[in-house]
Design a protein around this ligand. Structure first.
Ligand code: SAH
Length: 224
């Protein structure tokens, strides 16, 4: 059993995170702010890192991968413009933290992780925490969701030289895709919209820094 003050400290830490790291940096979607405030980020990293969970930093999650800083998670969630009824395809489950945030903001999340150990930990964690609207899969997300179908939103949480064609193809009309595009060490968030007539519109959002998306339509291997 954790001492009772643990929960209070953590709720104060989350309030501060939302105020100083998100609201002051341009996050103004009230649903995103509320979910970031209520989600226990420290449960998505190993216990030794829990005290750093509400600071302004990426955290290691094993296998050389990282959980993005809170501002990046919030920016991507806000950029998806979620109303609550969407089905989302997420590439790069990692710890499952971004998945958990999205699960509270939409109808259902379909998420793919390339590394089986991370996928397994995230799947069990999300189930234990009561996220029942998430479908987890192991595989190469650059190839898209294996069954032929469309998604209202697509999010890639690993850096890619170009957004994989298979993922753009699975974007429904009026859908939005958010991804970090660029080099292995630095990217820009981009947003692709599929308009009602099926055409595509692109815009560039903020600079960001993700671990590489590795796969048939991403980076080719794990060498730096
Ligand atoms: N959003 C995650 C962090 C992502 S780190 C979180 O909240 O914790 C990026 C993740 O993408 C890593 O776990 C990495 O293994 C995964 N990844 C990289 N290439 C991938 C691919 N082709 N398909 C699926 N997952 C991939």
């Amino acid at each position: 059993m954790k001492p009772p003050e643990h929960g209070m400290i953590s709720s104060r830490a989350r309030d501060r995170m939302v105020r100083e790291l998100l609201e002051n940096q341009g996050i103004d979607d009230p649903r995103v702010l509320a979910v970031m405030r209520e989600t226990l980020r420290h449960l998505f990293v190993e216990e030794a890192l829990a005290s750093r969970a509400y600071g302004d930093e990426n955290l290691p999650i094993g296998e050389g991968q990282t959980l993005s800083q809170p501002l990046t998670v919030a920016r991507m969630s806000q950029a998806l413009r979620l109303a609550g009824n969407e089905e989302i395809l997420e590439i790069g489950t990692g710890s499952g933290y971004q998945t958990a945030i999205l699960a509270k903001l939409c109808h259902k999340v379909y998420t793919i992780e390339r590394l089986p150990t991370l996928a397994d930990t995230a799947r069990k964690r999300l189930r234990r925490l009561g996220y029942h609207n998430v479908v987890c899969r192991v595989g190469d997300g650059t190839l898209g969701w294996p069954e032929e179908r469309l998604f209202d939103r697509v999010i890639i949480t690993a850096g890619t030289p170009v957004t994989p064609e298979s993922l753009i193809r699975q974007l429904a009309p009026q859908g939005l895709l958010v991804a970090p595009e660029g080099s292995r060490s630095a990217q820009n968030l981009i947003r692709i919209a599929r308009l009602a007539d099926g055409s595509i519109q692109r815009e560039t959002l903020d600079p960001c820094c993700f671990v590489p998306l590795i796969g048939a339509q991403g980076w080719r291997d794990s060498t730096p």
